[in-house]
Write a protein that binds this ligand. Structure first.
Ligand code: HXC
Length: 258
């Protein structure tokens, strides 16, 4: 499908989604978020795709929700349409792993979008921030909740209350991103990680994603029980037999998602 605000390519088993509103630093407007939700849903249901990478440009992953689109909205417009809820929930419904590859600005909704992915790989040029306070609003698609879980209360409060930006080193130190690489190597690193994930059993990747995400939603005892039941369930799959047989036979496994 041809998109106006995205470039979508499938390389081997990885769907690469590039946000593409260069004149607005990839600001997230309704068109872009609607297309993104559609592209992610398409990748989720495409049997060829086993992992997804979302990225932006060298200058910006995304500089936030589109301020010019939002500035004249009323409470009724925002609440009445449940602004951006369908789009973000559609992203969160994706069962396949999603990596955010972030260079440049990931601000406001851009930072929130990156945090909705399963993990973030950052270029050394990345800058994260929740500067909504400067606009007289606060984060609206999960920033106060997810940033706090990533970096803890003190840093999250600092970021949301002062609106300051965090560079890539601080983001890595704080646990917001999983790795930082030189900007030139960002896409190789992200696509390499995605290809590695794509070699695994998709059944297992989906189970990992469900189990790790469950840790945000439940108690330790319930989360460990959920994990254990999934672990037990894996023994009903051919991929468990193949993975363990390959180890014993000292060869690479060939997973078939069965
Ligand atoms: C609309 C934006 C934009 C945004 C940048 N642009 N960010 N347009 N919405 N969020 C546009 C600019 O208007 C400008 O267009 C062009 O992109 C380049 O931006 P500049 O400001 O000229 O670039 P620069 O000087 O390099 O500054 C970069 C920047 C700055 C620091 C990232 O653009 C900035 O502060 N942007 C806003 C960041 C922000 O507040 N984000 C939070 C939004 S609220 P023209 O046409 O002039 O060239 C939010 C809430 C989410 O995200 C929750 C609910 C969905």
């Amino acid at each position: 499908m041809a998109y106006k605000t995205l470039i979508v390519e499938i390389e081997e088993h990885v769907c690469l989604i590039k946000l593409n509103r260069p004149n607005a630093l990839n600001a997230l407007n309704s068109a872009l978020l609607g297309e993104l939700a559609d592209a992610v849903a398409g990748a989720n249901s495409n049997d060829k795709v086993r992992c997804i990478v979302i990225t932006g440009s060298d200058k910006a992953f995304a500089a936030g929700a589109d301020i010019s689109e939002m500035s004249d909205k009323s409470f009724v417009d925002m609440f009445g349409t449940d602004h951006f809820t369908d789009e973000t929930e559609s992203l969160l419904r994706c069962r396949k792993p999603i990596i955010a590859a972030v260079a440049g600005y990931a601000l406001g909704g851009g930072c929130e979008l990156a945090m909705m992915c399963d993990f973030i790989i950052a270029a050394d040029t990345a800058k994260f921030g929740q500067p909504e306070i400067n606009l007289g609003v606060l984060a609206g698609i999960g920033g106060t909740q997810r940033l706090t879980r990533f970096v803890g209360k003190s840093k999250a409060m600092d970021m949301h209350l002062t609106g300051r930006f965090m560079d890539a080193d601080e983001a890595e130190r704080s646990g917001l991103v999983s790795r930082v690489v030189p900007a030139k190597k960002l896409m190789d690193e992200a696509m390499g990680a995605a290809q590695k994930i794509a070699e695994k059993s998709l059944l297992t990747s989906m189970a990992v994603k469900e189990a790790v995400n469950r840790s945000y939603e439940t108690t330790l005892t319930e989360g460990v029980l959920f994990e254990r039941r999934l672990f037990h369930a894996m023994f009903a799959t051919e991929d468990q037999k193949e993975g363990m047989a390959a180890f014993v036979e000292k060869r690479e496994p060939k997973f078939r998602d069965k």
